[in-house]
Design a protein around this ligand. Structure first.
Ligand code: ATP
Ligand code: MG
Length: 390
């Protein structure tokens, strides 16, 4: 698609690889602008497939399905980074695809990802690459204690082992199946933040406000904006780093870059996701343009503009654990109670089966002040049985 060609609202069909909740919210944003949407996902019961105009239920590498998608859609995007880059490449031969397979490939592989951070001039954790058992002896002492992470397919803390010494490292590498891994030095984290950057086909970039994130058991639990403990200077540095990372790979679309702030205040990039991100869900209710609409705009060539934060906001992730009581009996969370709270907006992803750790939905809470937002969020956490906010 030529750079000047814009797919106008109401006139085009957009495709999404992946039928999860991120695909669902992308489809909903696209539909509210009047686009038709087609989702490709092998699961007959996917959250995005359920709301799309059309659900192509097939494997991501199914030739006939990819052909159908390419013929039906004017532009195609992805909602998860583990989509086979080959599928994106195949689609791109006939249809405009963003982000490109080359960018998604970098994000799929921690080795390539870290090399890209370094090339972009953004500091990441000291690390070493492990490809075979002998490499265990080669890693510098300074990387221990550390975290061993599989190079590919990790998410929500899966595919990671904390190791104290070389013996534990050897055991963890064996346990992870001796697949390619990176060992990162275990850093003293003060806090975690992330930034959503969107880049257009002609190289324009815009950033969302920096979000401060709290993880529990390796899974995002709480996001707060404005980031309460991050100085304006550090926020600016995070935004500039995210822009450099997106520019450096000619990225088109929404990209989420996750950072650590260390004990001494230094900013270190952790990883990135080539799509809208769980930590950006706050934008759905607190910004005048949300991350999913931004992805639609980047994909279709519509103008990007700086989103405006309309009020302080706190997002609580709703995992499947909330659907069970202390005895393990299934229950329905107290939605009526939660929705009676000022500024509470509930988003459920339409997943029939709750499982511990499964992302079922999120709750955005906004109010006129950060204090009022926190007070409402505390009340919501109490009603839902979540740990109190610190
Ligand atoms: P995601 O769901 O964000 O894709 P992931 O499985 O890819 O998660 P990471 O983001 O690499 O995992 O790590 C998960 C969490 O583990 C981080 O948010 C952070 O809390 C902690 N962590 C990761 N790397 C380090 C490190 N080098 N030092 C200290 N803590 C770390
Ligand atoms: Mg992460």
């Amino acid at each position: 698609m030529a750079a000047e060609h814009v797919l106008l609202p109401g006139q085009a069909t957009l495709g999404v690889l992946g039928g999860g909740q991120l695909g669902r919210m992308f489809v909903q944003a696209a539909q509210s602008l009047g686009y038709r949407c087609v989702v490709l996902d092998p699961d007959a019961d996917s959250p995005a497939g359920a709301v799309a105009h059309q659900h192509v239920c097939a494997d991501y590498l199914d030739d006939a399905a990819l052909q159908q998608l390419s013929q039906t859609c004017d532009a195609i995007t992805t909602e998860f980074e583990n989509v086979p880059a080959k599928a994106l490449q195949q689609l791109a031969a006939h249809t405009w695809v963003a982000p490109a397979a080359s960018c998604v490939s970098i994000c799929q592989d921690r080795v390539a990802e870290k090399a890209h951070f370094v090339a972009s001039g953004v500091a990441c954790a000291p690390y070493a690459v492990l490809r075979q058992p002998n490499d265990v002896q080669q890693v510098p002492d300074a990387l221990l204690p550390g975290i061993l992470k599989t190079a590919r397919m990790g998410y929500d803390g899966k595919g990671q082992r904390r190791v104290r010494d070389r013996a534990e490292l050897a055991a963890a590498f064996a346990e992870l199946g001796q697949v390619d891994c990176v060992l990162e030095q275990l850093l003293p984290l003060q806090l975690e933040l992330s930034v959503l950057v969107a880049r257009s086909r002609n190289g324009q970039t815009v950033c969302f406000p920096v979000q401060q994130n709290l993880h529990r058991d390796g899974i995002l639990a709480v996001t707060e904006v404005p980031a309460p403990q991050v100085s304006a200077a550090l926020q600016a540095q995070a935004r500039e780093s995210a822009v450099a990372i997106a520019q450096g790979m000619g990225y088109v679309g929404v990209l989420c870059v996750e950072f650590f702030v260390l004990g001494d205040g230094a900013l270190v990039v952790n990883e990135m996701a080539p799509r809208p991100h769980n930590s950006g869900h706050y934008s759905m209710d607190a910004c005048d343009i949300d991350q999913f609409e931004m992805q639609v705009r980047a994909l279709t060539g519509l103008p990007l503009r700086e989103p405006r934060l309309q009020s302080p906001v706190l997002m609580l992730n709703l995992l499947g654990d909330l659907w069970f009581d202390a005895q393990g009996q299934e229950r329905t969370p107290d939605w009526a109670g939660v929705l009676a709270l000022p500024g509470a907006q509930l988003h459920l992803y339409g997943k029939a089966q709750a499982r511990p750790g499964r992302k079922m939905g999120h709750l955005n809470i906004s109010a006129a002040s950060a204090e009022a937002t926190r007070a409402s969020a505390q009340a919501a956490a109490r009603l839902l049985g979540l740990p109190p906010l610190e």
